[in-house]
Design a binder for this molecule. Structure first.
Ligand SMILES: O=C[C@H](O)COP(=O)(O)O
Length: 286
């Protein structure tokens, strides 16, 4: 594939009764509802580039249901991905699976995954919070942990979407931050095994203003010079900016989480399809 529209479904399976955003289906049918709606909907989208991939990252509990819901006859099949993998894995004569609470890359493969998402800002924040509790700046260790996870994923045969991005207080030195994340997180990793996602953290989620297409393009040029892998943009990607982001020649796609950022926020398949349609208008105008 040479272009991708990724979806990260974060923890969007939790119903509104428990303060979540799932209004789509009971949790048992949530993943299959999304996979079927997206595959049926993508088949109706006109002028979809043939070389476009549609990976979706689910929480672990939904991986089997999502894989089983895939239609082998779909004209534009979705691919299933997990939200990161463990730093270690099963190995003949060594570890037989003593990994309580962890999803290993070999397990992800057996659960039907083709992809994993590593280095998402919410994963980085979780790791940083642990180091903070220990009273130290763990940034170097976080890069190393992510690097180990990427290695395990590739060894198991997973494709990797590796996220980078600067925080609000890092905007002035964004290039430096991105350089560090790439240099250490992807140390000795072959770029042919990776797709990168640039997600400025200050643009993710409701109530945020994403950067202009010109600003995204500027960063895309920097990132591609640092690491020669396909690059997608995420963080407030929505119908309103999808065409202008699709028209950035240096990008190879997008990463979507919410499709609705106000009111009954959440991920809605029909709105996702509208974003894809609009993004492709931008691509077709290139
Ligand atoms: O993983 C996806 C990103 O965090 C983007 O989130 P968003 O589309 O809700 O801004």
């Amino acid at each position: 594939m040479s272009r991708y529209i990724f979806v990260n479904l974060k923890r969007f399976d939790i119903s509104t009764a428990h303060a979540g955003v799932n209004r789509l289906a009971p949790i048992q049918r949530w993943a299959s509802t999304i996979v079927s709606a997206l595959e049926k909907g993508l088949a109706q989208v006109e002028n979809l580039p043939k070389d476009m991939g549609f990976p979706i990252f689910f929480p672990e509990a939904h991986l089997i249901a999502a894989s089983q819901a895939k239609n082998p006859q779909a004209s534009h099949p979705v691919e299933i991905g997990c939200q990161s993998v463990h730093t270690h894995d099963t190995q003949s004569g060594r570890n037989f699976g003593a990994f309580t609470t962890s999803l290993t890359a070999n397990a992800a493969i057996e659960l039907g995954c083709a992809w994993t998402l590593i280095g998402h800002s919410e994963q980085r924040a979780k790791l940083a919070a642990m180091y903070q509790l220990a009273g130290c700046d763990g940034s170097q260790f976080i890069h190393e942990i992510l690097n180990q996870q990427v290695r395990q994923a590739i060894a198991a045969g997973l494709k990797v979407l590796f996220c980078i991005g600067e925080k609000t207080d890092e905007v002035d030195r964004a290039k430096e931050v991105l350089t560090e994340q790439l240099r250490h997180g992807l140390k000795d990793i072959d770029p042919s095994q990776i797709v990168l996602a640039y997600e400025p953290i200050w643009a993710i989620g409701p109530g945020k203003t994403p950067p202009s297409a010109e600003k995204i393009r500027e960063i895309a040029i920097v990132v591609k010079n640092l690491y020669a892998a396909p690059l997608v943009y995420g963080g407030g990607l929505k119908k309103e900016n999808a065409a202008s982001i699709g028209a950035i020649a240096e990008l190879d796609g997008g990463l979507i989480a919410l499709t609705r950022f106000s009111g009954e926020i959440g991920f809605y398949p029909d709105e996702y399809l509208e974003i894809v349609r609009t993004y492709c208008e931008g691509v077709n105008n290139l």
